[in-house]
Design a protein. Sequence first.
Length: 465
Amino acid sequence: MSPTAFQKCIDPQCGATYSVDEILVACPRCGNLLDVQYDWEKMSPPKNLSHFEQYWSQRNIPQRFSGVWRFHELLPFTELENCLTVGEGQTILRESEGVARFTGMKSGNLFLQYEGMNPSGSFKDNGMVAATTHAKLVGAKSAACASTGNTSASLALYCSCIGWMKAIIFIGSGKIAYGKLSQALDYGAMTLQIHGDFDDAMARVKEVSKELGIYLVNSVNPFRLEGQKTIMFRILEALRWNVPDWIVVPGGNLGNSSAFGKAFHELKMLGLISKIPRLAVINAAGADTLYRLYEQEGIRWNGGSPDRTRINAFFEQMNRENRHASTIASAIEINRPVNLEKCLRALEWCDGVVRQVTDQQILDAKAQVGACGFGCEPASAASVAGTKVLREEGIIQPDERVVCVLTGHQLKDPTATVAYHSGDKQKFEETLAVRGVTQAEYANHPLQVENDVDDIIAAIREIDN
Ligand SMILES: *Cc1c(COP(=O)(O)O)cnc(C)c1O
Ligand SMILES: [Zn+2]
């Protein structure tokens, strides 16, 4: 394996380093999170980002076709030929006139990075390809994750494609969108429905995988986050290597936001960009731990020593109140984000802000995203809803360039979409009203018409007027 890559504890007070051959999900010395780091001095990183354009003409090589591995030189923890791929990262950045109008941005300045185009339909594939590549290098035979759905869909897909590794999936009971559960089952993964929520499933999978020696692919896995850095590289690529002013991303377990911060920090350090964009992480109001800690309690990275006494007190109070995450945006329905400290570091590097948005705001934003061409799942729309809030507050200026990351595909969670649009009162009650959603302002109701040509034509004429 690459002698110039290693794992390193994120706590500067500890700073312990470990080989990339080791399977670790936390620092054995202090228990904090690990990064994958590189000895850049001993490597020859590219001198400018346009360097990567030479790979556009090498799409016959699977690793160059991959939207992750064509940036291999920026995540070189193993040689290119060892890297697995199923064609992930063929995603697109698109300007959206309609979403610009909805969020109050100037026309031409609002971009959507559509990660729903990945093989399993969410950004998770960017990370999973890196984690499974690492799993192969260390000889793992089975891999596990706890998931709100998309991580499990992604792991299940990679395991079924590569053939030699077994996927074991832990999900909370009743808290998973059907599109996602159906993927895990269809790809043939062993699926365990734990009687509890995501946070419970997460705690159990850590214990069980340690006991049984199973490779853990949750976003505590530092290799996953290396793959997720490439989402930012592709955004820069699509903007002809210009850095936008803002990256807006939903926050759940905070792996993405952590990876994005690391990506820009490294690019800046390598002299490949001259400025770092600001980062906005958007929580759902029903799962707003980061928002409370960062914006209300004022917790900061603080050079690697965030106020852990107050963070612990916060979680203890959450336990005492028996507070559980609750939002229609199931992918970010998480109250104990495992990458909290890494995300605080990213917010520091990127002069970040955190906001929370209600399920009503999320669903209205989602309907706008759909009407403008890229359907997304509820969690993804938090980025658009959050942009609108930050624009209204005057934090984002209308002439700044904003990229909202659409993390997952529309078809992941059809239940929420149908409940919003169909006009079926019972579905609205059961799925949305219970979450405090009172209206569907942008609903596109299907029309009920008789099985009769004249009636159908009359109905169409009516709508056209
Ligand atoms: C996993 C996921 C998120 C949350 O990302 P984190 O890295 O856990 O913060 C958001 N949206 C979708 C669609 C996801 O699958
Ligand atoms: Zn440590």
